[in-house]
Design a protein. Structure first.
Length: 325
């Protein structure tokens, strides 16, 4: 029975893929993979060159397909920008160049970028509150929305039980603040999307708002700290899994790779290599018309089968242990 179940799943999967080809929207995405090493990424001396790199990659020649689009979304990785970088004397000129490029496009164009930001701390002005954040910018450079990461990495982005173990002063960083949770970002002419930062893509059933189903999931991440290891490959596969589970296409921009665009059935449509500096230009795939069964039921079938199995096992156990020898 177990073998038959696996065979049935495989046959159903092949049938589903064969009868549901990828359908594209007229909305273009440029996924930007700058390939900045972890050491260089946080070097303030190189911040101006980072901005210049983003300018050149965003401004890279637009092909005929790109120019025929209905709208465009430019996606840069997690913490691509930060407040120190934007306070540079050269930053206004680099940003002006970026937005002038966007203004040459005859349709709505937006940048979704990772951004490490801070807010004043009402309890202690000397200890600002930091957020691993992202923002959606229009072609005039106006920030339309922030999204703050809410699934933070324990010990890397925050300290569990910090009230009991006050390690913040020792490591010279008090960690990031938790964001408020899932959002659906919307802008005129652009498909709505659910933003996720880094390993937030790992959590099945927690990748978009059920009451406001988006058209696509956009995941930005760094992954440079993995180095050359299985980590980036495993992390990138999560894009395909979440697409299969939700029926939503997934766009993933990773600093050093691997960046991915997957359709609503989990097929990889475009993918970068590890440690490659490259753009991916592709029309955004269309989501499935209805939410998947997993999106509606989550793990309920598993728990039902688990309970049935346990009850059946207990029934058989008591039935045969009470038989006379």
């Amino acid at each position: 029975m177990v073998v038959l179940a696996f065979v049935a799943c495989g046959l159903w999967g092949n049938f589903r893929l064969a009868n549901n080809p990828t359908v594209y929207t007229s909305d273009m995405v440029r996924v930007i993979q700058p390939n900045i090493t972890q050491a260089d990424k946080w070097d303030p001396v190189q911040y101006d060159s980072h901005l210049a790199l983003f300018d050149s990659m965003i401004s890279e020649e637009f092909g005929p397909d790109f120019r025929s689009a209905r709208s465009a979304l430019f996606v840069t990785p997690e913490t691509a920008l930060n407040e120190v970088m934007l306070s540079s004397s050269q930053a206004p000129y680099k940003l002006q160049s970026i937005f002038e490029t966007l203004q040459t496009l005859p349709f709505p164009a937006y940048i979704y970028t990772g951004y490490m930001r801070s807010e004043p701390n009402p309890e202690d002005p000397n200890k600002p509150l930091y957020f691993n954040s992202s923002m959606l910018l229009n072609k005039n450079g106006e920030n339309l929305s922030f999204f703050d990461k809410f699934h933070l990495v324990p010990f890397g982005e925050y300290m569990p039980y910090e009230d009991i173990i006050p390690i913040g002063p020792v490591v010279k960083f008090n960690g990031f603040q938790h964001g408020e949770g899932l959002q659906t970002l919307q802008a005129d002419g652009l498909p709505s999307f659910s933003p996720l930062i880094c390993y937030e893509i790992l959590f099945p059933g927690e990748v978009y708002l059920e009451e406001d189903r988006p058209a696509v999931i956009v995941n930005i991440t760094n992954d440079a700290w993995y180095g050359v290891s299985p980590g980036p490959f495993q992390h990138a596969l999560m894009a395909n899994y979440r697409a299969i589970e939700t029926g939503l296409p997934v766009i993933r921009s990773a600093n050093t790779g691997m960046s991915v665009v997957a359709d609503a059935y989990g097929r990889t449509l475009a993918k970068t290599a590890l440690n490659e500096r490259v753009n991916l230009d592709i029309f955004i795939p269309l989501a499935t018309e209805e939410a998947t069964l997993y999106s509606k039921w989550r793990d309920l079938p598993f728990y039902i089968l688990l309970i049935v199995g346990m009850v059946s096992g207990l029934f058989l156990l008591f039935k045969y242990t009470n038989q006379p020898i």
